[in-house]
Design a protein around this ligand. Structure first.
Ligand SMILES: [Fe+2]
Ligand SMILES: [Fe+2]
Length: 303
């Protein structure tokens, strides 16, 4: 074999010591809860939306919306896979590995539930139709940003976003007028609550001992991710180019008006602002400061 070929083979690091002793009992408890509260999207009956009397453009808007939701949930899977690899080869105890495995499994069922909703509405898109979105979604997560943070700090940053998504999901749950969509949102929310809980546990455990540099970096990463991808149509349409903002915004409004579990574009920034305020309050005691996010913070000044 040529030397250049050999270089491409990824070396599997030494897995030993494989630790089993419980180091984080609170995380272990979350793992137990995850087992007790397991569910399957295949058990949800989507007949109500399949048979609902909805105009074709509303079905199309709902299909687009839930496809976007499904891509977002899917984005958490490669992220989780990287964290699992790190957890294994940095010799984390079993409850940390188990939590990451649960996380991957749960994000996968959120993805599946979203796809099933889009399909029942009649229109699942395996990839974005708008060119702009084709570029945005793959950039949603950047491993280079992740690798600049320590393992636990990175996990904590991720869960801050889970908190924001949780706020938006709550609004979608409240918007949903169909039983199947409401059930799916509720079950997803219940999983997300555990993901957020995990973040709180590791924040308490690790944030106070982080060096000042890393604390600053964390705040910067949160603001960067929020501005760079999440406000670009993922959480809100505010940073989209004009024509796409109008198109995506109109469809979201249509889906929301018909109770398909969407957030109205006019409400998104206010929800994110509340979430961001909460996050700032949560991390402030640890000396982590999240820089200004003009699209969100300045909108606050106008209200
Ligand atoms: Fe999720
Ligand atoms: Fe999650």
């Amino acid at each position: 074999m040529q030397a250049s070929m050999l270089e491409e083979i990824v070396q599997v690091p030494n897995p030993y010591p494989i630790r089993f002793a419980t180091e984080y009992p609170e995380v272990l408890r979350l793992c137990d809860q995850a087992r007790e509260l397991a569910w399957s999207p295949a058990d949800i009956d989507f007949t109500d939306i399949r048979e609902a009397d909805l105009p074709p453009e509303v079905r199309a808007a709902g299909g687009e919306w839930w496809s976007l939701r499904s891509w977002m949930e899917h984005g958490a899977i490669p992220y989780g896979a990287e964290r699992l690899r790190e957890a294994i080869f940095s010799h984390q105890p079993i409850e940390i590995k188990q939590h990451v495995v649960n996380f991957i499994n749960e994000e996968l069922r959120h993805h599946e539930a979203s796809v099933r909703i889009a399909q029942a509405l009649g229109d699942y898109h395996p990839e974005p139709r708008a060119d702009y979105f084709k570029q945005v979604i793959p950039r949603f997560h950047d491993e280079r940003d992740e690798k600049q943070m320590s393992f636990f700090a990175g996990l904590a940053v991720n869960t801050l976003f889970e908190q924001l998504s949780g706020e938006l999901l709550q609004a979608r749950y409240e918007n949903a007028r169909f039983k199947s969509i409401k059930t799916a949102c509720q079950l997803i929310l219940r999983d997300e609550a555990r993901h957020i809980q995990f973040g709180r546990i590791i924040m308490r455990r690790f944030f106070s001992e982080l060096p000042a540099d890393e604390k600053r970096l964390l705040g910067v990463k949160v603001a960067k991710k929020l501005r760079g991808s999440l406000l670009n149509g993922v959480y809100a349409v505010v940073n989209l180019p004009d024509d796409e903002r109008q198109r995506a915004g109109r469809n979201r409004a249509l889906a929301a008006d018909h109770g398909l579990g969407a957030t109205h574009p006019d409400d998104e920034v206010a929800i994110i602002r509340r979430g961001l305020t909460q996050i700032r309050e949560d991390v402030a005691p640890y000396g982590v400061e999240i820089p200004e996010v003009p699209e969100v913070d300045r909108a606050a000044a106008q209200v």
